[in-house]
Each structure stands twice: as C-alpha cells, then as structure tokens.
Design a protein around this ligand. Structure first.
Ligand SMILES: [Zn+2]
Length: 701
C-alpha cells in the first residue's frame, strides 16, 4: 500500500528533474547591480543559490568559536563497534526503500561544506554510525537503522528489547544483524517502550509476534497511560502537524549539501510499516523496581518531559543507566516546530537531577534511544549535570527576562545559553534550538501575546500586507531594497519586507524568488536541523510550489485500534465543518456492548459534543455497535452504512441522522499552502469515509 511517506519520497528530488527551468533566470532581467544571484551548478534545485560570503563568514566564525578540539563524542560514538551494516538500503515490504544510508555518505566525504553549519555537519557525521555496537557486555545497540536506536539487553532466557525503532522492516533488519553476531539464537523475552513517540515502538511487529504477547510469553512494558498519550498527542491537530513536518523534517528536501543534512536525533525517519502492540505491563509508580526476564530493573517515570509519558531505567547489576530520550547528545525540544503542547523544562530538569542522585552517582555506563553511550562515572555526571542545568536555565532565565518585560517576540534575541553550557557539545541545539525553545517557555507560561495592543487582534498577514506595500512605495521598491539587504547579508531584515510583498502579491514571481533566496541563506546559517529545514523548505515551496499527486492515508490500523472511542468522537467534532451543521439538532445514544461504554452525542448550535457514561432518555437515534466493529469504521475498512446494512450495527430511531451528520464531515489535506502563492492545490484527494478516524502518521521525535 502506498503511504503518505511513500508519496513524499517518490517526489522528484534530483537536479535532473528540474533541469528544464534552470537557465531562464539568467536571461534578461534588471540591471546587473540588482540582478538576482545566478543559480549554482550542482545545487539540487535549478534556482538554488550558493552560500553568500556573509553566510560563509557566519559558518567560519562558528568553526573558530565552537570547541572542535573536544572530540570525545567521536570516540564514544565509535566505541564498541562489533559489526558495521554492509547493506546500505533496507527495503520496505511494500517494495520501496525504507532506509537508505548511502544518501548520507556525502557528509563523510568532505572536511567541510560552505552550505552546512560546521556543528550541523558534525552531528551529521556522528549520526552516520551504522551497525551493531556493544554498550557493555550484555547490552548491545544497533544504531543508524532509523531515527532512533534499538537496544538489546541480555535477560535470563533471552533478549530484552528497548525501543524497537519506527518501522517493522528496519527493526527486523537490526534484529538479524544482532543475531548474526551476538544474539546466540536466543528469543526476545521482553520489550520496553521508553515513551510514547513513534520512533520508540513503531517497529515492534518486525521483531515480535503478537501471539507471544497475548499468551504471556513476552511481556511488553511501558510507562503509565502509554496508549492514551501515544495516540492523543497526534490526533486533534494531526493534519496540521503533518503539514508542519514538511518544514521541521524537510520532507521535500533531498539529502544533499544544499538540502537535507540530517535531523539531529538521527539521519532521518524510516519509511516502512509502523505498528503497535499494546503493552501488557504499565509502570505506574514514580519509581518502580521489578525483574524483567530475571534482570532487576528500576523504572523512573518522567511524565511531561520529552514526551507526555516516558521513563528512565536503571539496571543495578550492570551499573547501567538508560536515559530514554531525556538525555541525549543535544538540547531537546521544549517547543517542537511540527507543533505540540509546550513541554515543561523545569520538570525535565528535576527528573534528570533525580536520576543523577538516584542512579548517576554510581552509574558506569549511560545509554539512550538516540546517539551513543557515555562511559565512566565522571563523564556520566558531567553530562547529567550539564543537561540538568540546560533545561533549568532555559526555564529560569527566560522567565527572569519575562519578569522584566521581555516578550515572546524578543526573547530569542535576548536569551543565551550560559557560556559554559554552550561549550558542551551535548548542550548544542541539534533538536531544540535556544531560539525556538526560549519562545516556547514564554508560550508555556504567558502564551502568544506580547501584551502590545497592536498585536492583540491583528489583521491577517494577507490583509495588512497591501497597505505596507503601498506605503513602502510598491513592489519594485521593495524588491530593490530587499535585494540590497540580501546583498548586504541582512537576511532577517530582507525577509521582513519581502515577506510583506509576497503576502500582498502571492503571484509576484520575482518577490517569491527573492524571498526564497533569503530563506536559503538563513537556512545554510543554522546549526539546528529544524530551523535549517524550515528555511530551506520555505525556499523550496516558494520556488516549486507544493507538489500535487494522489495521497493515501498512512494511518496504522494498530494506532486506530489504540484510540479510545471518546478520542474518536472528539475528533469527529473536529472533522465536522460547523458551517455545514447550522440548524441541525439531534441526540444520539451510542452503545458499544463489548466494552460496556455508552455515550451521548449531541448536535446543537452547529457543534458536535459527546459525553461518556451517559444516555439520553429521549434520543433521536440509538446506535449499538461493538467497539471491535466500530474500529473497522474508524479505520475506513467498512462504512457505518455497511455495518448497519448487514446488521452488525443496530439502529433505533431516525437513521437519517447519520446521513446528515456524514454530510458535515470534511477531508483534511496535508498540503495546504503555508507560503502564499505556493498552493495550486488540486481538489482534496485524501478521501476518508465520513466516520473514519484518520489520525495522521505517527510522529517520531
Ligand atoms: Zn525519539
């Protein structure tokens, strides 16, 4: 089956695909002083430009300022290599490439690139590890098979797996490599999901037979409320998050020196089949200790840190500390650019401090679900203390400034990570950046408004922009000044005015081209992959538009099964276009006998609400369907109409209500325009059944 990700990877991303348009830019045009920079030969996009001298100066300054003589990360990253993976491509069961490491080898082939921030290049090289590693005898990791690592820990009877990657195919391939060298032919005896993000469970079906879980042979352990939060974080705003992933994760950018150079956490997210097997044991106490396949483990719940539900694990007999994704070789996201509720940096810091004092004082090895381990207690403490302070400082110092009047629109230009932490590689912004995280902290505590009434209920950008353009003297003057600012390397100023012009005149090709050039230079200058990808993706879409084509929902049936009925009903309230429901009024009793749930759904005031645990005395319609059958409808496998027609669902009352309700449901298309004039949208081509759940693809982080 084609997935949404397949569609994305099938896009033309080579220079050849764009070859026709390239030369036009050089012909005619305005006077030389104001001419756009010529395209760069060898750039993946025919309108792509070389890094400017200003950009090169920024990158050179970073080369001098950053602690490149501290190469301990490279020693740790290499340590314990048992076997490199020799096959560069891992095929998906559907036939396409689920994984292609060859496309990232360019990062190792040059000492430096003038279009990649040296620190971004550094983490890219570190993430190019690809093979099986020993952490300590009894703990092994396969790295570089996905955005995340998969870990194998020796239990009494078999292997305890921590975090089985995103896709079944990459997880299976990792298991094979492991078995070829270290697995001794022993089976998997338990699986631990460290947290709710998809890169920590999506590949489980590649290594585990669900029957073995059901029979109790293999325990699957996860933090409390795992299933609820696994699904809920991605559902309500799922389509918007999916669209924003194109920016944060640079989904349209080819792996290339002027394009995508990695995601900081790893090279990228694999494109195979994601699935989910529900956990059989939840860790619910703040700290809980029990044996897993004969090995004592101490689990520390760390709710509301990197994920809504997450846990660290201490293995006393091995003096080994698993920090899940709470401590990696980077500053993580407080605010994530794809969109999510802002995380709690103070809680995060305190959980790291607790891990330090509970386990870290005696730990001899520390490992995690991304990047590489740390060995030796001094090194572990150095990392834990730095990470503790990184999140605490971001919380405290940002609020310190906020309490002095610094706003969400200024803080990223005011807040700086303390110098001592800036000099630690693991505190660099390879996933979160100090800029977008500091804004996130203010958002968490104070929200979006800077308290200037002029920004309280502003006009929409497209509505105010024409006046700006008029007052600035029109399009030609803005382009000329924008180009001057661009030539001078004042890219942020240039983007301010040229963006206004693009907002006012979405069809102004010259303005869009200039704004793309500005974004591109800003992209090259970023250390943080999410910022780089966002600028370069903006440039890409301004130049090329949003690709069209058939898209198929990639929702995993397992994820839909994990959705509670209430969450599903809440989502229907979001899928419904309120404007199509004006004047409708009805009450539905929904009963799902197999799990004993009952709901009232009410349509009133053009709003669809539901309340669990209640039934209306006089409902217009009573719908009775087993939850197991309802799931078929949620997945789009069988319409509600068909369920009723064959008697699987029973209706009492006015069945026409369902038809009227169905008519209010709208398909979301994850290709809505972000930059003006990039749409050229075809009609929506994601067709969901009216009562389909359509959560978007699982989000890795
Ligand atoms: Zn992750």
């Amino acid at each position: 089956m084609q997935t949404r990700r397949d569609f994305i990877t099938a896009l033309p991303t080579t220079g050849a695909a764009f070859a026709v348009a390239g030369a036009n830019l050089l012909e005619g045009g305005p006077a030389a002083a104001q001419a756009p920079q010529p395209p760069l030969a060898g750039h993946f996009h025919p309108q792509g430009k070389a890094p400017s001298p200003h950009t090169i100066a920024v990158l050179n300054a970073a080369r001098t300022a950053l602690p490149f003589d501290d190469t301990r990360d490279f020693d740790e990253q290499k340590r314990g290599l048992i076997a490199p993976m020799t096959e560069m491509v891992i095929k998906a069961d559907a036939g396409h490439d689920a994984w292609d490491m060859a496309s990232f080898r360019f990062l190792d082939q040059e000492a430096e690139f003038d279009s990649i921030h040296p620190s971004a290049h550094r983490i890219g090289k570190l993430n190019n590890n690809y093979g099986l590693y020993e952490v300590v005898p009894g703990i092994y990791q396969v790295r570089g098979f996905d955005l995340s690592n998969i870990t194998f820990i020796r239990g009494k009877t078999g292997w305890i797996v921590f975090d089985p990657l995103v896709s079944a195919e990459t997880a299976r391939s990792a298991w094979r490599l492991f078995q070829a060298h270290k697995g001794e032919g022993l089976p998997i005896s338990a699986v631990v999901y460290s947290h709710t993000h998809g890169d920590h469970w999506g590949g489980v079906r590649g290594i585990l037979d669900e029957a073995d879980v059901r029979s109790g042979k293999v325990e699957v352990i996860a933090p409390v409320d795992f299933l609820d939060f696994t699904v809920s974080e991605n559902v309500y705003a799922g389509n918007a998050m999916n669209r924003r992933l194109f920016y944060q994760y640079g989904l349209l950018l080819p792996a290339a020196p002027h394009g995508y150079v990695g995601q900081g956490l790893g090279v990228r997210v694999s494109a195979g089949t994601a699935g989910l097997i529900a956990p059989t044991r939840l860790v619910s106490e703040p700290v809980e200790s029990f044996e897993v396949d004969g090995l004592e483990m101490v689990f520390q719940n760390t709710s509301n840190t990197e994920a809504p539900r997450e846990m660290n694990t201490w293995i006393p007999s091995l003096k080994a500390l698993w920090m899940a994704e709470n401590v990696i070789a980077s500053l993580h996201n407080i605010y994530t650019l794809r969109g999510a509720q802002v995380r709690d940096p103070l809680a995060w810091s305190k959980y790291i401090a607790e891990a330090l004092y509970r386990f870290g004082l005696e730990a001899e090895v520390m490992f995690a679900s991304h990047h590489w381990p740390r060995w030796g207690n001094a090194r572990i403490q150095e990392i834990l203390r730095g990470q503790r302070d990184l999140y605490a400082n971001m919380n405290n110092q940002v609020l310190h400034f906020a309490n002095q009047g610094v706003t969400i629109n200024q803080i990223h230009n005011v807040y700086e990570v303390p110098k001592g932490l800036q000099a630690k590689w693991d505190c660099r912004g390879y996933h979160g950046s100090p800029q977008h995280n500091s804004r996130g902290v203010i958002q968490r505590y104070l929200g979006f408004w800077d308290c200037n009434p002029a920004t309280l209920i502003p006009l929409s950008p497209g509505d105010s922009a024409p006046l700006y353009v008029e007052m600035m003297g029109g399009s030609e003057r803005i382009v000329a000044r924008g180009r001057e600012l661009h030539e001078a390397g004042s890219y942020l100023l240039a983007s301010e005015i040229v963006n206004k012009l693009v907002q006012a005149e979405p069809d102004n090709a010259e303005a869009k081209e200039l704004l793309a050039d500005i974004f591109e230079q800003l992209g090259y200058q970023q250390e943080n992959p999410g910022l780089r990808n966002s600028f370069l993706s903006g440039a890409y879409e301004l130049r090329t538009g949003i690709p069209q084509g058939e898209m198929v929902s990639s929702s995993s049936p397992d994820v839909i099964r994990a959705m509670s009925t209430e969450l599903f009903l809440n989502f229907l309230g979001i899928r419904m276009d309120s404007r199509k429901a004006e004047g409708l009024r009805f009450t539905i009793n929904l009963v799902t006998p197999d799990n004993g749930e009952r709901f009232i759904l009410e349509m009133e005031n053009a709003t669809l609400t539901n309340i669990a645990g209640f039934q209306a005395e006089t409902a217009d319609l009573t719908l009775t369907i087993d939850r197991a059958d309802l799931e078929q409808t949620m997945m789009g496998a069988k319409t509600l109409e068909a369920q009723i027609a064959d008697g699987t669902a029973k209706v009492e009352g006015d069945a026409g209500i369902l038809t009227r309700l169905a008519a209010t449901m709208v398909d979301f298309d994850p290709r809505f325009p972000i930059m003006p004039g990039t749409g050229a949208r075809a009609e929506a081509v994601v067709h969901a059944d009216p009562f389909e759940a359509v959560p978007e693809k699982i989000i890795a982080e």
